[in-house]
Write a protein that binds this ligand. Structure first.
Ligand code: ZN
Length: 492
């Protein structure tokens, strides 16, 4: 702010034309003649001071005021009814005006002649009529295509208010920025800047495949993909953010939100809806007659070839719930020789696979893949590590209740057993294993037998079991997805 001292200013008189400019000598002669003629009566004369120009004048603040001046006029009813300007009579002027302070002032005029005196007054108003000066700064920097415009700066200065830069309003339009500012007297100023680079176009975001998808539960969801191309930034596919997740092992409807923004800030967004559909559960078909389903977990291993030789010798088909044990060629042989193959687990590590549904399903489909690569069979038969009634998963409460539902929604069928050879427990000799299996099978029309082909003594017991079974009217069958499951009561 400027310093505003309250001081009076000298009032300059504008040199102007004066009407009826009579030479002083002539005036004097006229006055003398009038006096001599006895016309001079004091009450007939009137002296007046008459300001020239408007009686109220606006003075732009900070500007030197020039007064148009005033005339001294003598009136007489008979002699000068329209007034006689006394050019020789000085007018005294006084003013309280301060052009740096807005407000009302006045100029007073006074004059004396012939023993008469007169005064007059003119109003002055100091106003601010000048708009602020708005200057846009140009840095000269090149604005790159696709980069948002960075303000280069601006300055607003007002004759009266001083620096008004921080009161400038900035409006960003499509391709123009408009700057406006107003001084304290309401005088506005507007300036415009064309934005050197403007990108009104958002990236073109394209979803490959359908925007609404239905996928079967239990198959790992693979997004069909997307592309994003921007007019300025080019290929932006890498910059696309995908929000959301498809729980491919849990039936439900999921939303995936794809978002990408170009450097100018234009955003494109697309949504894909993925429905994970529960698979229908296979109905169990009970076989006719007396049936034994031999099942072997945890292999293949070093004794699996021997076991396959025994089975082949009797033309008996069994079921192998396999692990990722590295005996890949043995998996191939299992399938080639007509046996059923099912998923047991990749790792058989209870702490890993029962940590979460996601962990379990990753292990499950991982093993499904290994089997598929070695056999060409995409099996949906499975057996839970530890069985459906395991308590080793109790560190994750309720996981077996959830998984036993989930695997079937995902199109898998899980099998437990109703005859345990106990070859993973106390039975460490072939005779004991055989006795356990025969003893169990003898009490059931249909048996699903649990054995492990990673134990030599268990494989050794198989021949006795087969011979007993065939001699007692049993058929040995491989498990199919509609075979009896002998599912245990879930304990977690
Ligand atoms: Zn096992």
């Amino acid at each position: 702010m400027e310093q505003r001292e309250n001081r009076q200013e000298e009032v300059l008189v504008k040199p102007g034309k004066k009407k009826n400019r009579l030479p002083g000598i002539l005036l004097s002669l006229v006055l003398l003649a009038a006096a001599a003629a006895g016309f001079l009566y004091a009450d007939d004369f009137r002296l007046a001071v008459e300001p020239r120009g408007e009686m109220e004048m606006l003075v732009p603040s900070g500007r030197q005021y020039e007064d148009p001046g005033a005339d001294v006029v003598l009136y007489d009813r008979w002699l000068f009814p329209y007034g006689l300007i006394l050019t020789e009579v000085p007018v005294e002027m006084r003013s309280d005006m301060n052009s740096k302070v807005l407000g009302k002032y006045s100029v007073s005029y006074s004059a004396q002649a012939f023993g008469l005196s007169a005064t007059a007054q003119r109003s002055l108003r100091v106003v601010d009529t000048a708009s602020p000066v708005l200057t846009l700064i140009s840095s000269g920097k090149t604005i790159l295509p696709g980069r948002p415009y960075e303000e280069e700066g601006y300055i607003a200065v007002d004759n009266f208010d001083g620096n008004l830069t921080d009161q400038v309003k900035r409006t960003v339009g499509l391709d123009t920025i408009t700057y406006t500012v107003m001084d304290s007297s309401g005088n506005p100023t507007t300036a415009e800047r064309k934005i050197p680079y403007f990108d009104p176009l958002p990236p073109d975001l394209i979803l490959e495949g359908e925007q609404t998808l239905t996928v079967p539960c239990g198959s790992v969801y693979t997004d069909p993909g997307y592309t994003a191309t921007d007019n300025a930034d080019g290929d932006m596919t890498e910059a696309v953010a995908v929000d959301g997740q498809v729980l491919w092992y849990q039936p439900g409807t999921y939303e995936l939100v794809y978002t990408v923004a170009d450097a100018f800030g234009n955003v494109s967004q697309k949504v894909r809806t993925v429905t994970v559909e529960a698979q229908s559960r296979p109905e169990v078909n009970w076989p006719k007659g007396k049936v034994i389903y031999l099942t072997f977990d945890d292999g293949p291993g070093p004794y699996t070839g021997w076991l396959l030789d025994i089975l082949r010798k009797y033309g008996v088909k069994a079921t192998f719930f396999v692990t990722d044990s590295g005996y890949d060629a043995m998996m191939t042989r299992i399938v080639k020789e007509g046996h059923s193959i099912g998923i047991h687990t990749m790792t058989h590590d209870y702490d890993t696979i029962y940590a979460s549904e996601e962990a379990f399903f990753n292990d499950l489909v991982g093993m499904q893949d290994v089997i598929y690569r070695n056999t060409g069979v995409k099996t949906t038969l499975m057996r839970f590590p530890g069985g459906g009634s395991n308590v080793v998963s109790r560190y994750n409460e309720g996981i077996m209740t959830r998984l036993s539902q989930a695997v079937q929604d995902a199109g898998f069928q899980y099998f437990d057993w109703n005859v345990d050879s106990n070859d993973a427990g106390g039975a460490l000799r072939a005779k004991t294993v055989a006795a356990n299996v025969i003893g169990g099978a003898d009490t059931h029309r249909v048996s699903v037998v649990l054995q492990h082909d990673i134990h030599a003594y268990s494989v050794e017991a198989v021949e006795d079991i087969i011979v007993w079974g065939l001699n007692n009217g049993y058929k040995f069958l491989p498990l199919k997805s509609d075979s009896p499951t002998m599912q245990h009561t879930v304990l977690n």
